[in-house]
Design a protein around this ligand. Structure first.
Ligand SMILES: Nc1ncnc2c1ncn2[C@@H]1O[C@H](COP(=O)(O)OP(=O)(O)OP(=O)(O)O)[C@@H](O)[C@H]1O
Length: 985
């Protein structure tokens, strides 16, 4: 069935006398619409007889009606474009423009360079579609261009001078209509077709007429033959052939209207004749209704040429151009009637032009060769495609790898940036935990003391001590403390670290494949775990340091307690003997009290560590009081900021390991050597004693009033002048040169250990601020009551100076004093000369041994009659000199344990406990009150003063025993036991 599509294009005309075409919508128009203004209608049309219409007012309906604003593209879209797909599928199609002369047929079909018409747009579309399906179809396009001028067919593509005839071509009609001898061109693009059309138009007959300056005096027929065959060849080749005919008819013209004369009139007559033949064919096709009826195609060349386009196997679109003004009233009217009649053409079903070519056997070789070529081409394409794919894959892998590397690098950089701060935060967290734990223990004891109501002086002193101990811990736990600030900083760094890890692991990138994304995530997880491990290790180290600190302190304190108990016991024995000899009841009472004190302390000691010192006997020949050099104990630790930095106990214990006899183990036999660290080694392991500034300046240090100076806080109440105390400052001293242990076989065999650098290095390690906060020292002062005159027997005060001290300057080996003392020989070193002052001869040393070394550890081995104790007196250097290892003194000197020789005199006098007041001097009990609030702090605090035990000559006690008030350490120990948690520090 032929598909007729009638469309009307309105051409703008410059003679708008009256609009005779009124467009109703895109399919309906009204010709010669009725004039509403009756007066004007009368003026225009005059009188009309009754029963007749003044205006035709006739409606026409087409497939599409364009208004004045329609563009070339709009016309193409609605007319020729729907035919193109049919042509490619093997259908014939025809587009022709019909209308009166000068109405715009050529403009619609060909257009201009700037505004191309249907031909160019259709060709552009056609070649684009061919390009799109070229993989499956081989397509050939052949173009012919002719004109029918005065019933003569002329080839518009025939070049003059060639054998191709320009005119007089004949139509050959078989199954199709063909013009013999036409030049066929095979354009490859729409541009080439455009050039072909422009060329042909220049050859087309055009003449100016009255109606149109560029009036086409011929019918132009452009035919595009499209032949397609599939690329996949088979035995039977199926070809499709479609022909698109685009025809620009010459305009119909009325001879009267055009006033053409001569040739133009002849042309017009031929034009009208052919158009009339076309009209007759259309009428015949309409009337036949598709039935077989004679259609007068042969009446003109035009109808012969359009035979199959009008009534055959073809889809045809007729574009009708009309002038909308009353000036072309009749032409427009006739054209519309002409077009309306064309819409009624009914043709048979349109079929495809498909040709099945059965190949001859002889052509198989040709087909096979072609197929081989095709296969080779396809293989080459495939290989190229694979190479390209491989290249793409390789490039993607490289990009993914570099992206992963970038992510890893980002994480590494962030770890390096934040790790120090985060680890420091972990350290601070650990220190804060330690401080809190310590503070809890201190507060527990304080609460216990507070609940006791009125406290005895010693408990008051303990409370003051504990408060001062609590101060730095509270300080450390404050929200604005250094640790908390660092902790906050650390948490910020940690948040940054986490955010970066999260951002990097969740980073979206087209370059990352799944494996790379997983790799990055794993790496981020590893970094997080690594950071957690670093934090945990740091915290563990802090905790371990704190435990070590506690252990060191505990070992030292156990030594102090043990030795004090023995000392008290021995003093009690002396007093008892004195009381027996002099029949002094006072001495006896005091002795009894001391015995009680010793028993109480021993009980506390037992309760504390499960070991009693009661079984130890005092060496009769060498009294502990005589040999006791006091305790020099400087626990240098860092409050809440890490482990205490004590001297390496290993080095010292190694030196005395063979004589470690007062073990902290619960061994039942005191003689049995404990595998654990011995008391002596513990004591030897204490930090070196520091020379105070006063000592360095040669000032005579006070005895117990040194607290304020050293501690920098606490109120000093020097009651010594009033109370005349027996002040015994117990200082766990480092092994003195006179220490027999130093002369024991193990001593010389063991190289002297230099211990100072350890502490020194720690001192250097801390920054100034932290050192101020972190250092403290202990000083335990056992103040015995005035024995003779004061009613108050004084108290046993356990004091601990705590707080800042002036920065200690480390003695340097380059120090002139050091060199000077070095030049004088070993005796000038430190405490090696402790016995000098008590010796009548200079350089002669007293045998003064730490109690723990001799009286406790070697009770049975060195047991001598107690009477020897009195006879002992200043010992000759020869008694110990040969056995004194030089290394020991050197070691002590290096470790700055003792003062230089020049300071000995002053220090010595301050060290000797004034068991009996110097002649003419009123001794008073000296009590130290420690303020709970440190006034100032120093980096390190020397815990104690070196002390020398005065000769065991006890002044007669004048005070009745009943009034004596002595507080044993049992109170403290009881509370400790009650809390089942030692609070030694
Ligand atoms: N839609 C339009 N827009 C602009 N100009 C137009 C349009 N239609 C026609 N014209 C102009 O009107 C003039 C006549 O047009 P055209 O030559 O296409 O008419 P024709 O129908 O082909 O006449 P003939 O039958 O005599 O060849 C031309 O100059 C053309 O540029």
């Amino acid at each position: 069935m032929a598909h007729w599509q009638l469309q009307v294009a309105e051409s703008a005309n410059t003679a708008p006398l009256r609009e005779v075409v009124q467009i109703i919508d895109d399919r309906i128009l009204t010709f010669d619409p009725d004039e509403k203004d009756r007066a004007r209608a009368f003026v225009e049309r005059g009188f009309i007889p009754p029963g007749t219409k003044r205006y035709k007012d006739r409606r026409f309906m087409f497939d599409k009606v364009f208004n004045w604003e329609a563009q070339q593209g709009d016309v193409y879209e609605a007319t020729a474009k729907p035919l193109l797909q049919g042509v490619l599928e093997g259908y014939n199609a025809t587009v022709f423009a019909y209308g009166a002369t000068g109405c715009g047929k050529t403009h619609t079909i060909s257009g201009t360079e700037a505004d191309p018409g249907i031909i160019y747009q259709a060709m552009a579309d056609l070649f684009q579609r061919i390009e799109d399906r070229k993989e499956e179809w081989r397509t050939e396009v052949v173009v012919t261009f002719l004109e029918i001028y005065n019933e003569e067919i002329r080839d518009l593509l025939a070049e003059s001078g060639t054998h191709a005839p320009r005119g007089g071509l004949q139509i050959r009609e078989d199954k199709t209509v063909k013009v013999a001898g036409l030049v066929e061109l095979a354009p490859k693009s729409a541009e080439e077709v455009k050039e072909i059309v422009l060329l042909g138009n220049t050859r087309r007959t055009q003449s100016p007429t009255h109606a149109n300056e560029t009036s086409s005096r011929s019918h132009a027929v452009l035919q595009i033959h499209v032949t397609q065959s599939p690329r996949t060849a088979a035995i039977t080749e199926e070809k499709t052939m479609g022909t698109l005919s685009i025809i620009d008819l010459a305009g119909s013209e009325r001879a009267a209207a055009t006033t053409n004369m001569g040739q133009r009139m002849v042309e017009g007559a031929n034009i009208n004749k052919s158009l009339l033949a076309l009209g007759n064919c259309i009428n015949a096709l309409c009337e036949s209704g598709g039935a077989i009826r004679h259609v007068p195609y042969r009446n003109s060349k035009l109808t012969r040429l359009l035979k199959f386009s009008l009534g055959g196997n073809c889809k045809t679109v007729m574009i009708v151009c009309v002038a909308p003004t009353s000036h072309h009233f009749d032409d427009t009217h006739n054209t519309l009637i002409y077009a309306e009649r064309a819409t009624k053409i009914k043709t048979k079903v349109v079929t495809r032009n498909v040709v099945n070519v059965d190949r001859h056997v002889g052509r198989y070789v040709e087909a096979i060769n072609r197929l081989n070529i095709e296969v080779a081409e396809l293989k080459a394409k495939l290989a190229g495609k694979r190479d390209a794919e491989n290249e793409v894959v390789r490039r993607k892998r490289m990009e993914a790898s570099s992206e992963v590397e970038r992510a890893r690098n980002d994480m590494k950089v962030k770890v390096e940036q934040t790790k120090p701060s985060i680890v420091e935060g972990a350290s601070c967290s650990g220190k804060l935990s330690v401080a809190k734990t310590k503070l809890d223990a201190i507060r527990q004891r304080l609460a216990k003391l507070d609940s006791m109501g009125t406290l005895s002086p010693d408990l008051e002193a303990e409370r003051a001590l504990l408060r001062s101990l609590a101060g730095p811990e509270e300080q450390a736990l404050k929200s604005d403390s250094v640790f908390n600030v660092r902790l906050q900083r650390s948490s910020n760094a940690s948040a940054m670290f986490d955010a970066t890890m999260r951002a990097v692991s969740e980073r979206k990138s087209d370059k990352l494949d799944e494996v790379s994304v997983e790799n990055v995530k794993l790496d981020a997880r590893f970094r997080r775990a690594e950071m957690e491990q670093a934090k945990a290790e740091e915290e563990r180290d802090v905790m371990r340091g704190a435990v070590d600190d506690m252990s060191q302190a505990m070992v030292g304190l156990i030594g102090i307690l043990g030795r004090c108990s023995v000392l008290v016991s021995e003093a009690a024995g002396m007093l008892q003997r004195t009381s027996e000899a002099e029949s002094s009841t006072t001495a006896g009472t005091v002795a009894d009290m001391l015995v009680n004190l010793k028993d109480s302390n021993d009980a506390a000691f037992t309760q504390l560590i499960g070991h009693s010192t009661a079984g130890y006997k005092v060496n009769e020949s060498k009294s502990a009081l005589d040999s006791f050099k006091g305790y020099e104990m400087s626990f240098t630790r860092r409050i809440s900021s890490g482990p205490a930095v004590l001297q390496n106990p290993t080095s010292n214990s190694r030196r005395t390991s063979t004589h470690a006899s007062l073990g902290v183990s619960s061994s039942s036999s005191p003689r049995r050597r404990s595998p654990r660290k011995s008391l002596r080694s513990s004591l030897a392991g204490q930090p070196y004693r520091r020379t105070s500034d006063k000592e360095k300046k040669g000032l005579k240090p006070s005895k117990n009033v040194q607290w304020k100076d050293e501690a920098g806080h606490g109120d000093l109440v020097d009651e010594g002048s009033k109370l005349n105390p027996i002040a015994l400052t117990i200082t766990p001293a480092s092994p003195a040169p006179g220490d027999t242990s130093a002369s024991l076989p193990s001593g010389p065999q063991t190289p002297p250990q230099r211990t100072t650098p350890l502490a020194g290095s720690e001192s250097e390690w801390e920054d100034d601020n932290e050192k101020t906060d972190d250092s403290f020292s202990h000083n335990f002062s056992l103040s015995l009551p005035p024995s003779t005159r004061d009613s108050s027997l004084g108290d046993l005060s356990l004091s601990r100076s705590y707080g800042p001290l002036p920065k200690r300057s480390r003695p340097s080996r380059l120090d002139p004093g050091f060199l000077k003392s070095k030049a004088r020989g070993a005796p000038a070193l430190g405490s090696l000369a402790e016995g000098d002052e008590s010796s009548p001869e200079r350089g002669e040393r007293r045998i003064s041994q730490p109690l723990g070394d001799r009286s406790i550890n070697q009770l049975d081995h060195d047991a001598k009659p107690s009477s020897k104790l009195k006879q002992n007196g200043p010992a000759s250097p020869s008694k110990r000199g040969p056995s004194t290892p030089r290394g020991a003194s050197k070691s002590r000197r290096r470790s700055n344990i003792g003062p230089v020789r020049g300071e000995k005199g002053r220090r010595r006098s301050s060290m000797i406990p004034q068991l009996s007041p110097p002649p003419g001097e009123t001794t008073r009990a000296r009590r130290l009150l420690i303020s709970s609030t440190p006034l100032k702090r120093s980096k390190r605090l020397s815990l104690s003063r070196p002390v020398a035990v005065a000769p065991p000559v006890m002044p007669p006690l004048r005070r009745p025993p009943s009034s004596m008030s002595m507080t044993s350490m049992a109170d403290t120990s009881t509370s400790i036991s009650a809390s089942s948690r030692p609070t030694w520090r």
